[in-house]
Design a protein around this ligand. Sequence first.
Ligand code: SF4
Ligand code: SF4
Length: 268
Amino acid sequence: MTKTAEMKKNPGGLTVLGPQDIFRFECRPERACFTRCCRDITIFLTPYDIIRMKNALGISSEKFLADYTVAMIGDAGFPVVALKMAVDETKRCPFVTRNGCTIYTHRPWACRIYPLQPESTKITEKAGKAYYSVMDVPFCRGFDADIDRTVSEWIDSQGISQYLEMETLFKNITNNPRLLREKITNRQIQDMYYMACYDSDRFRRFVLESTFLDRFDVTPEVVAALKTDDVALHRFALQWLEYGLLAQQALKVKPNVLAAKKRELGIE
Ligand code: SF4
Ligand code: SF4
């Protein structure tokens, strides 16, 4: 790793890199460690990872989640999803072969950004800039490379920009101070969150085949997009979560439904 003028040490001693800072790394199939990083590791999946991977495999979100993932409850009570590694001694990723990753074009965000990892502190958030550190992985020979690249160049070369855009929307919910303060323990809410974030095909049926569209004001254009566009569906799912979890005005209830509710509560 080349030290540059912009590299900084935070109070904990960690070296953080800004967009124009340089690090040295290159992964190649000729390296002795080839695919060593694709086993015995926990790879958390983002909602957008799942959309990309299930579509690349041509299967539903339900099948993808059942066959390739494990779910657990994170610190704030939100369900999180990770790739299901083999249970035998290899502990390998279901997508790795001796020739490399079989889903490389649609590999998850965590696999793309390696060896960088985002470093977020109150100071970096206030600065409105993204900072990263370089992971310390002793077996990885990628650090023997003689190629210098900036953080920005790496992010561009790995197709990470669209992942970052989707992740920013998702983080608006998961990093909400209120939700972080009041840990979610209600199983029904956890399932609602899991469906909206990860199980997109089930969420699509929930919107299109239940009374949902009788209750919420959704334009015909949006409804048409929800039928076929997984990214539009995910954006809508985040709006629905915002409405449900944060009581914000992200979705509009139909006036007749609102009036009926008021009558039921005797507040009209
Ligand atoms: S160089 Fe690093 S990233 Fe590439 S295969 Fe080896 S361990 Fe994995
Ligand atoms: S998805 Fe691909 S790159 Fe990521 S761990 Fe699995 S095989 Fe390796």
